[in-house]
Design a protein around this ligand. Structure first.
Ligand code: GLU
Length: 495
């Protein structure tokens, strides 16, 4: 009998996303329920955007939630390495196999040339997709290769017809081949694209079921074709519904904190977060709302997944968390959990220099540092009254800082300060005036220790959430205003 093997394949290009945990959870439940294995593979072929710290963060966050994989870059396994950046030769070899079989070809076109081809095709009323007619005669390819011209390798795809995909939850999905590009498989830097690496690894790692987000449906035709080209059996596909904001839009950090770290920092229980993710599009046969990972595995049935977009609502999660706190923690456990959350070494040590130099007795500690252990602060417009800035300017300061810090990758106080200083200068504001609303947003008062250090310690998610909250407290921007403010920001950043 076939052993079920599933996988989660995160790309380490940002914060550990709740969507990753949600897909991981369903993969783990499906594998466990069938007595199979669940694998974690790191898809870091995008060398510009992937970072080691993001990988560490993702693994740590998934483990904090209580997820457990049988094979992975950290635990090893029979199919190591589990990090795609360490498997380059395997992909190159496979790309060459496809070229030799005539299923893929060298492409020397520059991005500008490709744009031109697209435009011409459009003007001729053809579908603008990149197709196999870009292939050059063999001797021309030889000549260009010998001359050392940069190239990519593309797969061939049919010009027309319909590709039929079978999905475990959705049944038959039809996609016109005309919409599908001759996908790049190997990039000019010799690294594979997601599509090639993903297929090769799923095959070599014996993955039997690919359970992933519905945003990957448009890629499925290319994947299916690659399996055919290689002559491999294709795993069963299952595209899960995407998580949504309460307004039904796709879950985004602009509207909801999406990083698992945020929920940890807020003091949610991992069991409750995992339980809530299990309720995303799925329910227990008896519809009970509170259940553990073990309960979920015991009763798991992927066919109970409903395709209507599940709403990730922080208020509901808070409620579920409160149920867990009251029903599942006795007083001893409650104390142990707070200690682990609050008085842990990792969190306390960076705080100590600030606290130690300011307190006389331990009872001074809580009032002094409460903001470091809170979630959203209780702010009102009155908190900002002492600001020297006009109201409109003040809102811009908060909005621009938020946008700038949303883009900051390497979260250190020096980088934060660099961003803030740059904005203040660009807006022609005195640094002190610029900083006032930032202090209030982060610490609730202008009289605290270095706000850059607070932001560093609070981490990107809590910092951004507090800036967003402060902006809402002072009125925010209407949709119409946002357009204008976005333009101002873009030109400020460009100058
Ligand atoms: N690396 C992809 C991601 O980041 C994996 C998609 C898949 O599961 O095929 O979501």
């Amino acid at each position: 009998m076939m052993t079920v093997r599933t996988r989660i394949a995160p790309s380490p290009t940002g914060d550990p996303h709740v969507g990753t945990a949600y897909i991981a959870l369903f993969n783990q439940c499906f594998a466990r329920q069938h007595g199979g294995q669940f694998i974690l593979r790191i898809e870091d072929t995008d060398q510009v955007r992937s970072t080691e710290s993001s990988e560490q963060d993702i693994l740590r966050a998934l483990r904090w939630l209580g997820l457990q994989w049988d094979e992975g870059p950290d635990v090893g396994g029979p199919h190591a390495p589990y990090r795609q950046s360490e498997r380059g030769d395997i992909y190159r070899e496979h790309a060459m196999q496809l070229v030799e079989k005539g299923y893929a070809f060298y492409c020397f076109r520059s991005p500008e040339e490709l744009d031109e081809i697209r435009e011409t095709r459009k003007a001729q009323g053809l579908n603008p997709g990149i197709k196999g007619d870009l292939e050059l005669p063999a001797d021309e390819v030889e000549r260009r290769l010998a001359a050392g011209e940069p190239f990519v390798i593309r797969m061939k795809v049919p010009d027309e017809g319909v590709c039929v995909i079978e999905d475990m939850l959705r049944g038959r999905i039809e996609i016109d081949w005309a919409q599908v590009d001759c996908q790049v498989l190997l990039k000019s830097d010799g690294m594979p694209t997601y599509h090639l690496a993903n297929i090769v690894d799923d095959h070599l790692m014996g993955i039997t079921h690919v359970i992933r987000g519905e945003e990957w449906i448009p890629s499925a035709p290319k994947h299916q074709l690659l399996y055919q080209y290689f002559g491999w059996d294709m795993p069963v596909l299952c595209h899960m519904p995407l998580l949504r904001n309460p307004d039904k839009s796709k879950l985004s950090k602009r509207k909801n904190p999406t990083s698992i770290n945020f929920y940890e920092r807020m003091g949610f229980l991992p069991e409750a977060v995992l339980n809530y993710l299990g309720r995303m599009g799925w329910s227990m046969p008896d519809e009970r709302e509170k259940f553990s990972l073990d309960d979920m595995i015991t009763h798991f049935d992927i066919n109970r997944v409903s395709l209507g977009g599940p709403i990730f609502d922080v208020e509901k999660l808070r409620w579920l968390n409160s149920v867990w706190i009251r029903e599942s923690l006795d007083d001893e456990q409650f104390v142990a959990r707070i200690k682990a959350w609050w008085l842990n070494r990792e969190r306390m040590m960076p705080l100590v220099p600030h606290i130690k130099s300011r307190v006389d007795v331990f009872s001074d500690i809580v009032p002094l540092s409460a903001f470091m252990f809170s979630g959203m602060l209780e702010l009102t417009p009155a908190h900002f009254e002492q600001s020297k800035l006009e109201e409109a300017e003040l809102r811009r300061v908060l909005q621009f800082s938020l946008w700038k810090l949303e883009a900051l990758r390497d979260w250190t106080k020096d980088n934060i300060f660099g961003d803030i200083k740059g904005l203040a200068k660009g807006m022609g504001l005195k640094l002190g005036d610029f900083m006032f609303p930032i202090f209030v947003a982060i610490a609730g008062t202008p009289n605290s220790w270095s706000v850059m250090e607070s932001m560093e310690m609070l981490g990107p998610d809590m910092t951004r959430a507090r800036l967003r909250h402060a902006l809402n407290v002072v009125g925010g921007f209407s949709k119409k205003e946002t357009k204008k403010v976005e333009k101002e920001y873009a030109s400020l950043i460009a100058s």
